[in-house]
Design a protein around this ligand. Structure first.
Ligand SMILES: Cc1ncc(COP(=O)(O)O)c(C=O)c1O
Length: 465
């Protein structure tokens, strides 16, 4: 396969509407009629909706019942003009965000520690992680005079930590996970230097969904006087309920003294519309290092808690509405359904002799194959309409179980398509090859060298009208 062919395939995957819909690379001279615009958007929506609605997508849409989406949309539409940067115009957003932070903090055991747990609302998991890492950098500079900061993360921690390292000039020490796919406590400890500002664990990590030994790691961090961040972007709104339902959930939250910050995504298992997350800190002092304050700008005093300036107050309203409408009972019931579906998926995969499940995860189920090319299986599944996440090091794919998968017949369909795909790849040896998956896409690409440059041109393609 040559690079031009890969480019063409990706173009097709990324721009399926090019030849079918009007495209605007310049402003239309006269604005289009609104009903025509809505019609165009509806056409696109209808093309995309069946796949996620029917539960063929890993993660992505975590709730997805139409009535619930209508409710979220209604809340957003009421508050679509709100911008918390203008706190005096929209104190409603301030109320929503303060309550989102407080509800999330209490869900994560804020009331089981003497310290005050505080935080703020961000635009998503990545921003929460970026903010926390910037906070530790500035905290360590101010309180310990560390000017060449380092962070110690397990190799499975989300790539957002790598992004933070690049953006904020923090040296990244990435420690390989153990054979059980959990952070290797001894190796993490050995990676600490006098410049280490923070250590990270995930509950659970994105790739294999196996919760890190946060209790041990956070205790090491505490004894060394460094920060510890639990990334619960994925699990924060599910694990507390899994624990209540009797599933084995190791401690990961503010019950652990050493945990000094957490990220927890409302827009995943919090079931809020896309675009919000919560970052939490043990104590106000730490949170102060997150804030941006300017006192001498000609535009006046400027205060901003997160990376962006203006922010979508409508999304905070929707997140608040998600939390108060679900309530504890709603979240527990959703978790019950998701975890039951996940158990069934896990068992079903284990029953396919050519496949193996990585570890014993709760709701993100990663699997590979010793004898077949797992990416070829993933490709075959995508031809059957499935959108699974490709992983590398080692080659595997995963499905993050959501409420969509708990609907009747979805898991059975998944397992039967998976069995068929395995058999198909088995009988088509020409499909075996060394492909590399792209995060968030079903496309696998076969690349040798120049990967970095290729991915840059891929992003260029995304922005072409
Ligand atoms: C464990 C974990 N952390 C962070 C993130 C990043 O979240 P977002 O895509 O909202 O930026 C994800 C996304 O899946 C995740 O699974």
């Amino acid at each position: 396969m040559d690079i031009v062919k890969i480019q063409q395939d990706l173009q097709k995957a990324l721009k399926p509407y090019r030849d079918e819909m009007p495209a605007y690379d310049r402003l239309p001279e006269n604005g289009l009629p609104r009903d025509e615009i809505v019609d165009q958007i509806l056409q696109l929506y209808k093309r995309e909706e069946p796949r996620w609605r029917s539960g063929h997508v890993s993660g992505a849409v975590y709730h997805g019942d139409q009535e619930y989406i209508d409710f979220q949309n209604q809340v957003y539409s009421i508050q679509s003009q709100a911008n918390p940067l203008h706190m005096d115009v929209w104190p409603s957003t301030t109320k929503f965000e303060a309550e989102i932070v407080s509800m999330t903090a209490h869900m994560l055991s804020a009331d089981k520690t003497e310290d005050e747990i505080v935080g703020s609302v961000s635009s998503g998991g990545t921003e929460s992680i970026l903010l926390a890492m910037k906070t530790y950098r500035d905290w360590a500079r101010a309180t310990k005079n560390i000017t060449e900061p380092e962070m110690v993360i397990p190799s499975t921690a989300h790539v957002a930590f790598e992004k933070a390292s690049q953006y904020f000039g923090i040296k990244l020490i990435r420690v390989p996970v153990g054979s059980d796919f959990r952070a290797d406590v001894k190796a993490m400890e050995a990676a600490i230097t006098p410049n280490t500002i923070v250590m990270v664990g995930s509950a659970p990590p994105f790739p294999h969904g196996i919760i890190d030994p946060i209790e041990e790691l956070s205790e090491i961090a505490r004894s060394r006087g460094i920060g510890f961040h639990t990334d619960a972007c994925l699990g924060g709104f599910l694990l507390p309920w899994a624990e209540k339902l009797g599933y084995p959930v190791p401690k990961f939250d503010f019950r652990l003294k050493g945990v000094t910050s957490m990220s927890c995504d409302t827009h995943k298992y919090g079931y809020a519309a896309k675009g919000t997350s919560v970052v939490l800190y043990r104590g106000r002092e730490l949170r102060h290092y997150q804030y941006y304050i300017s006192t001498d700008w000609s535009g006046g005093l400027y205060l901003s808690p997160t990376l962006t300036g203006s922010r979508p107050g409508g999304l905070s309203a929707a997140a608040w509405a998600a939390l108060v409408s679900m309530g504890e009972k709603g979240y527990i019931e959703a978790a019950r359904r998701i975890l039951a579906a996940a158990e069934k998926i896990k068992e079903g995969i284990r029953d396919i002799p050519e496949l193996f499940v990585i570890g014993d995860p709760l709701f993100v189920i990663a699997f590979g194959s010793k004898e077949l090319d797992i990416y070829a299986i993933s490709d075959t599944m995508s031809k059957k309409g499935w959108n699974l996440n490709g992983l590398q090091n080692p080659p595997a794919i995963h499905i993050a179980t959501t409420i969509r998968h708990s609907e009747k017949g979805v898991v059975d369909q998944f397992l039967s398509d998976l069995r068929e795909s395995v058999n198909y790849v088995k009988t088509h040896p020409e499909l075996q090859g060394s492909m590399t998956p792209v995060y968030g896409m079903t496309s696998n690409v076969m690349l040798r060298g120049a990967v970095d440059e290729f991915l840059r041109t891929l992003l260029d393609t995304v922005f072409e009208a």
